[in-house]
Design a protein around this ligand. Sequence first.
Ligand code: C5P
Length: 232
Amino acid sequence: MGKDVIVACDFPSAGETLAFLDKLGSARPFVKIGMELYYAEGPQIVRSLKERGHKVFLDLKLHDIPNTVKKAMAVLASLGADIVNVHAAGTKAMMAAALEGLTRPDGSRPLLIAVTQLTSTDEETMQRELLIPETMPATVMHYARNARDAGLDGVVCSPLEAAKVHEVCGKGFLTVTPGVRFADGDKGDQKRVMTPAEAKRIGSDYIVVGRPITAAPDPAAAYGRCVAEFVD
Ligand code: C5P
């Protein structure tokens, strides 16, 4: 899979998600669905999106004992998800078990990426509450290296970290980056942002874009603009 724009479908129901996707006309973007929608609608939402021709990033961030994650991942692979993820904090053993569970009988598997440290956790909280004594950048890069060593395909990271991740883990290690805004757009609650064109320049492999597309007056045009800036 090459560079692509992933549309974050942060909607509470299948009805709202499909109504939004209908606004995109004949485009069939790569979509990301998260816990809220998946827990509300169940596996059928993944099957419905796949039937419509979308690729699906199932953002469920698994984190449990290796055996449980392995079995859960086998279920997600059978639904036809294209990208799934885990918390790198679950350990290399858990990440390796996830990969094993994901591999389908024909040898194919979804891409597996890791969350390093959530952007909602700041360095002080990480050090004082989680008792991780390192700096945030050192921790993020260490977790990225662990993910690569476990055989994962990449990490979710800020576009500002993508170049460093490639430097540390290799060019082929995927960076999937949220926090993207148009130059003339509203930043909303995202603090550190990049435009799609800047994300392309610094080497992000996939950008995850939500409200700049989902809340746009013309979502099809906004999606087209993202693709034009990032992919074309
Ligand atoms: O609407 P917006 O473009 O801010 O959506 C970004 C998407 O990426 C949301 O689904 C959000 O949960 C997700 N995300 C993020 N920052 C992270 C990890 C995930 O914004 N560090």
